[in-house]
Design a protein around this ligand. Structure first.
Ligand code: ACM
Length: 542
């Protein structure tokens, strides 16, 4: 199984599921009952009725004596009892039952298997880390709501519990905002896209776009909640705003708005101006996000904001002076503080990339997503801020999966299954007071080079399976993991996932038409140290 339960004993006996199987589930266990019933009906052609009366052959209940997200599964020849510490624990128990069944339980219709049986087991299980996430960048390339829901199913199957949606960036604005409709009407599409790394000099002439209506997002949120997955939205401000500024030039540096939504990758030169009206516009956007997303944390981005555009703009220079800031670079921290305060007034918390640590002290409840190694994780946690690690050289899913030239558009360092399996969000030497602030980790799937859902599968799996193992159990042993992964690939196949074969990309997963730009680990570490030490982000088109 993946992740491997903390404690599991099995016997040779089995419990055979048949048409008489009834599921008991009530209250907080109902979502788990519904999930299991849906699989048994869809893939096993069993009637699987669900009742709120306890004690039926598959009895799913809440047991508050268990910690949050923990569960216990007991299968004997007479039936099944699943106890969950809460709704999420019960759902994890249901997912474990599915993994104990043959892989075809993950198919979308029965394919003729006559007998479905569960081994008799005793399992007691719970996660090491409470934030176990994947970020999908839907700004660089848009993925339809059905693809997001499918990814949520796959995260839930792996007991991952956070889907962070990167909803805006230079190359697209994907969330409909009623008060400012041009964000999606203009910012939701671009006329062309760079193909591969800039050094290849290739751009297509193919419009790309799409956006989520508020109801699409509400549906995604509700779908995820029924599966124990929290959807965390992020709008990226005050850099990475090319699409927003193309839609509303008055948000940007005067005279610098792009004529169209940019189609090139990298750190662009579009930043927000720091007028009061721009802050108010961003607060309008946050108001609507808060209305759609129940998540306590709301992402405000704040990564990679170059300061040159402000330095070269007399109005921004004057604004920094008027605000009493020591330098123009401090505008970013000032702006972030305004958004943090606005979210706090709405009863929410800001989530920002680790650059929020560079500004004036963040609010004590800001959640930091650290992406440049363990230094920022330690810095945030020792400062008493909650932090999630997304260390790029461990868990950036856009990075190449081997040193092979056949990898599609190879960028970054090698992040293979074993690299992800070794991921530990907890930095060495952290103090006892700081350790509880490390909530967990997440893998980031940036999609500059991922332009269709089939390739989302290629980049995400099976590395996300290794992520699930690392965050649920702790860094794993590749030799122990390998045979479990082989079995797990059968589940992914049954679920229709076009994962990257362990031996390398299939011919149709290669991109000989597009150039990459690989880096060695030493190169990347030196680059990161330079960036972190200077506290400065240059404009770098990739
Ligand atoms: C990031 O990779 N810019 C968070």
């Amino acid at each position: 199984m993946i992740p491997q339960p903390v404690s599991m004993t099995t016997s040779d006996s089995v419990y055979v599921l048949d048409a008489s199987c009834t599921i008991s589930a009530s209250g907080d266990a109902e979502a788990a009952g519904a999930l299991l019933a849906q699989r048994l009906r869809t893939a096993c052609a069993l009637p699987a009725p669900v009742t709120t009366t306890p004690g039926e052959s598959i009895d799913i209940r809440i047991d508050r004596a268990l910690p949050a997200e923990h569960y216990a599964v007991s299968v004997d020849t007479d039936g099944v009892v699943v106890r969950g510490g809460d709704a999420a624990g019960a759902l994890h128990g249901a997912q474990t039952l599915l993994q104990l069944l043959p892989p075809d339980v993950h198919r979308s219709a029965p394919i003729g298997r006559a007998v479905w049986s569960l081994p008799c087991v005793e399992i007691v299980d719970g996660p090491r880390m409470r934030w176990r996430g994947v970020m999908l960048d839907v700004a660089r390339h848009f993925f339809a709501p059905r693809e997001i829901r499918r990814l949520i199913d796959l995260l839930a199957m792996h007991k991952l519990n956070v889907l962070h949606l990167h909803l805006t960036d230079d190359q697209g604005w994907r969330v409909q905002i009623d008060k400012h409709p041009a964000l999606t009407e203009i910012g939701g599409w671009r006329p062309r896209s760079q193909v591969g790394h800039r050094s290849g000099g290739v751009s297509d002439a193919r419009p790309h776009g799409g956006f989520y209506s508020r109801d699409d997002l509400r549906e995604i949120v509700a779908y995820a909640e029924l599966r124990g997955v929290l959807v965390v939205p992020e709008i990226d401000l005050p850099g990475h705003v090319g699409a927003a500024v193309a839609a509303y030039p008055e948000l940007g540096i005067p005279g610098r708005a792009p004529a169209e939504v940019p189609g090139g990758w990298g750190i662009g030169s579009h930043v927000l101006n720091m007028r009061e009206s721009t802050v108010a516009f961003c607060c309008d956007v946050l108001d609507e996000l808060v209305d759609i997303f129940p998540s306590e944390v709301i992402g405000i981005g704040s990564d990679e904001c170059p300061t040159e555009p402000w330095q070269n703009d007399p109005e921004s220079v004057a604004r920094a002076a008027e605000l009493g800031l020591g330098s123009v670079a401090e505008l970013q921290g000032w702006f972030v503080s305004r958004l943090e305060a606005h979210l706090a007034a709405l009863g929410r918390r800001a989530m920002g990339w680790e650059e929020v640590l560079d500004g004036p002290p963040s609010r004590a409840d800001t959640l930091v997503t650290a992406w440049r190694g363990s230094r920022a994780v330690a810095r945030a946690a020792e400062a008493g801020l909650d932090v999630v690690s997304a260390a790029d050289t461990s868990v950036y899913l856009d990075y190449r999966q081997s040193d092979d030239a056949d990898e599609p558009i190879p960028i970054g360092t090698i992040v293979d299954v074993d690299t992800v399996l070794a991921f530990d969000p907890m930095p060495d030497g952290l103090s006892d007071e700081a350790a509880p602030h490390v909530l967990g980790g997440q893998a980031n799937l940036w999609t500059e080079h991922v332009d269709d859902p089939r390739m989302v599968d290629f980049y995400a799996f099976p590395r996300v399976s290794a992520l699930a193992e690392a965050l649920w159990r702790g860094p794993g042993d590749p030799d122990e993991f390998a045979p479990r992964l082989d079995e797990h690939l059968e589940r992914l196949r049954a679920a229709g996932v076009e994962f990257r074969p362990l031996e390398g990309p299939a011919p149709w997963q290669r991109r000989p038409d597009a150039q990459g730009s690989p880096k060695s680990l030493a190169q990347r570490e030196a680059e990161l140290n330079r960036l972190i030490d200077s506290g400065h982000t240059p404009v770098t088109m990739e």
